[in-house]
Design a protein around this ligand. Sequence first.
Ligand code: OAD
Length: 392
Amino acid sequence: MGEAEETEETHDAESPAAASEKTTTTTTTTTTTEDEGRRRGNETSSSSLSSSPSEEEEERSPETSLRSETESSGSEEETSSSSSEGVRELLRRLAIDGEGEKTLAAKQPRLKTRDVKGIAEYIESDECKNVVVMCGAGVSVAAGIPDFRTPGTGLYDNLAEYDLPYPQAVFEIGFFESNPEPFYLLASHLQPGKFEPTKTHKFIKLLETKKKLRRCFTQNIDSLETKAGVSEELVVAAHGNFDTARCLKGHSQDIEKVMEHVAKGEPMRCETCGEYVKPDIVFFGENLPIRFGQLARIDFNPENCDLLIVMGTSLQVQPFAGLIEYPDIDCPRLLINREKVGEVPSRRSFFEMGMSKGRGFDFSEEGKRDVLFLGDCDDGVSELCKHLGWEV
Ligand code: OAD
């Protein structure tokens, strides 16, 4: 990755310490490479309020498991309806409207104008060396892959033929264990190879070519970022992809064989233990890849993230959605999406707000650093490229 890539090892070695300074409750490691961390296998997501849990506890840490903002248990509902307003108000007064706001007010805004042109000028400046990108299904809609939650066209509104108890069951590990067929059928339509990268994917590659891309965190399982040419080490497939597969007992599988089953929509069983086989896509109830937590902790540090670009996501799924609150308090953020999202802080962020850690988007006039492009991703990046004088 040019500049960012060359410096990555240094950043990796230094940044966990910086991360622990920033969030005192973060469980840090002293790993210097991703592989070392993987061998240790004890990473949690970037913020855990528990103090140094054991390896086993970390494996089960709720912070690393995939969960949707829309599905909430009774107790969560109770929390959000009765006490969260009070908590939010208290934290706002204590932290955000207190020290956090004062700190922010004291800083010079980094954008000359809070619009796409201002973002383009900032990208061109020396101040903006590292851009972090976050993507969701919306970036691949122009490629012909439906998103999940858009009413009418989204996948979750079009799964009637799969005979599911509720749409999201198709990506739930508990459901898959007893009935993997709906997933295999759906995967037969979504498997990589059928689709081509969009202008937005090519823009991400362009950021790399211009030596501005620090990392692209994607929720998408279509691997279109790498197909557009973005280097593998610069992409974090937060929800996994079809590159590898294992059975439910963890035995590695020959991916070509698995993809033959996926293409036919026929569930495959492990030859060793007879359990069902699943591509390494993160289902609800499963942990995210270790690399997600490791790199999120490093890449969103102030010295590594000068600009955050969020594209094509409803920010409904945690822990991914919470990442928008990790950059520095004055770090500019650009949202390119068909609808406004991410304005209300997530439940988890109430605690982080208490630590002056961050907040959701603020596109209001009082806001200081967030820019919104309401529309299609491809149009948003075209507008940005027009101001940058870049050819996508
Ligand atoms: P969603 O379907 O939840 O959100 C897509 C967002 O993109 C919505 O806000 C749309 O309005 C917007 N959108 C759609 N088309 C667009 C376009 N052409 N240009 C700009 N915006 C557009 O998808 P995600 O946020 O990616 O998990 O969903 C997150 C996770 O939920 C997925 O990774 C998936 C799902 O359950 C797994 O597969 C494990």
